[in-house]
Design a protein around this ligand. Structure first.
Ligand code: NAP
Length: 264
């Protein structure tokens, strides 16, 4: 069966987990791929596998997204490669422990990968896609954006940042043909848990989604034009009510007068 050529999707963190499934699914949907991560051997093996299965053009790009120079290389590619029509900001890490257990280097590294890199790549993609009149950005955030009490607030804060950036950008992009989606997975089976010293099955029995289910659901949300997609949330109204309450608070959040309860 032939599929329509959709241009090129650049996927960060494609060497494992959720990013690997995005790569497979996007190629099957007709995208050529640029796969970005540090483990080039795994990217190359995936590229060969997907190339053989789909016949798509797959390129691998070794980049350490904690390194400003490597981020700049990817940014430049996004800005200058006119074939790129979709950016998937998926690379991310979690911390082993919390504020009290991690040194400055570990915290800075998380901020570099989870906040700085996807923010700069989103900015580069948004500018270039608006100039070209089309394109899409998918930011992999997390349900922890809504749950600062769970785990460390640094990881959840980084995901709240991505959600915020995506919602803000979606507002700015209204009326254009450029799309942005924030995907909020719950616990999903991948290496991220083991890499941050957690046994996912022991911690969260019965709460763990498979990467394939997560990505298929997220792409369905993308097809439907959702700005925020939360694959595990069965009752969508819970999010809509939450978000409506947030928006309703807006007009009351900036006033000349101090709120009565703070008057001496
Ligand atoms: P994963 O299997 O550990 O994948 C993480 C990816 O990020 C890998 O491809 C890794 O590639 C890449 N990466 C890590 N450090 C990097 C660096 N310095 N430079 C470039 N790439 C780097 O975990 P995953 O669960 O699929 O994570 C994907 C995204 O989903 C993350 O943003 C994560 O926060 C988010 N998420 C996951 C869950 C979950 O429960 N799994 C839940 C909510 C959100 P290399 O090591 O080869 O560089």
């Amino acid at each position: 069966m032939s599929v329509e050529n959709k241009g090129t999707a650049l996927v960060t963190g494609a060497s494992s987990g959720i990013g690997e499934v995005y790569a497979e699914r996007l190629a099957a949907r007709g995208y050529d791929l640029i796969l970005v991560a540090r483990r080039l051997d795994r990217l190359d093996a995936l590229a060969r596998k997907i190339g053989a299965a789909t016949g798509r053009k797959i390129e691998t790009l070794k980049a350490d997204l904690t390194e400003r120079a490597d981020v700049a290389t990817v940014e430049k590619r996004v800005a200058e490669d006119a074939s790129i029509t979709l950016l998937v900001n998926n690379a991310g890490i979690s911390l082993n422990g919390s504020f009290l257990d991690n040194d400055s280097d570990a915290i800075e590294k998380l901020i570099a990968i989870n906040i700085t890199a996807p923010t700069l790549l989103t900015a580069a993609a948004a500018k270039t896609f608006v100039a070209r009149g089309h394109g899409g950005i998918i930011n992999i955030a997390s349900v922890l954006a809504f749950a600062p009490e769970m785990f460390d607030g640094i990881y959840s804060g980084s995901k709240a940042h991505l959600l915020n950036v995506s919602q803000s950008l979606a507002t700015q992009l209204k009326g254009t043909s450029v799309r942005v989606q924030a995907v909020l997975p719950g616990a999903t089976r991948s290496e991220i848990w083991e890499n941050s010293g957690k046994d996912i099955d022991a911690m969260l029995p019965g709460m763990v989604m498979e990467t394939a289910d997560l990505v298929d659901a997220a792409l369905l949300g993308y097809d439907r034009g959702e700005v925020v997609t939360i694959p595990p949330l069965a009752d969508e109204q819970q999010f809509l009510t939450y978000d409506a309450a947030r928006v309703a608070m807006g007009p009351n959040l900036s006033r000349k007068d101090v709120a009565p309860r703070y008057r001496a």
